[in-house]
Design a protein around this ligand. Sequence first.
Ligand SMILES: Nc1ncnc2c1ncn2[C@@H]1O[C@H](COP(=O)(O)OP(=O)(O)OP(=O)(O)O)[C@@H](O)[C@H]1O
Ligand SMILES: [Mg+2]
Length: 204
Amino acid sequence: MSTELKNKPSLPSRGTVVLEAHGIVKRYGHVTALGGADLELRAGEVLAIVGDNGAGKSTLIKVLCGAVVPDAGTVLLDGTPGHFRSPLDARRLGIETVYQDLAVAPALDIATNLFLGREVRRSGPVGSWFRLLDKGRMRREAQREMDELKFHLPSIDSAVEKLSGGQRQGVAVARVRSGAQSDPHDPRPGTSGDPHQPRYAARI
Ligand SMILES: Nc1ncnc2c1ncn2[C@@H]1O[C@H](COP(=O)(O)OP(=O)(O)OP(=O)(O)O)[C@@H](O)[C@H]1O
Ligand SMILES: [Mg+2]
């Protein structure tokens, strides 16, 4: 134990700035996820970043841990610029990250996620014989669900992986909510099932 302690590099004293970010900019096409963010973290400090859904918090964390390379700005670790090209670069320097994780299929769009396993088929023989899906209806219902939850998304056709963590949580909640409102024998959302379920799901 004493040997381990002896061999440990000396830790910066409390209050010393260990991690800095200056003017971090990250754009995804026409979406500006971060428009010039600054951050200062001191030794011994627990720092919380608070902001609206889509404000850029996760993007900033991804920049700090090397998962996202910013379009502009600098990250300094112990005063030295860190040009992280991957999370491995940051991990080598002691930056570890725990991510938000949700049971959604990231590559699929919002409507498909909402109706996963209970897809709505088109009416008539095209639905029952040819198993064609009523994509327009699922899309409309998904939009209605997200509007009711007051999640304003760039587009209902976005792949879930393009949404922010909170927006993804919205999709996960909407799926529970719309699933709870459906009768298990009728895959249409909004049909009567257990009258207690919608209220319960809406409160999640
Ligand atoms: N890979 C991506 N492709 C396109 N747009 C993205 C991508 N990642 C994030 N965005 C967009 O950038 C903005 C900031 O997203 P970010 O995930 O950083 O927000 P956040 O502050 O973490 O939000 P939340 O509180 O909801 O987790 C959002 O508008 C989001 O839609
Ligand atoms: Mg986030």
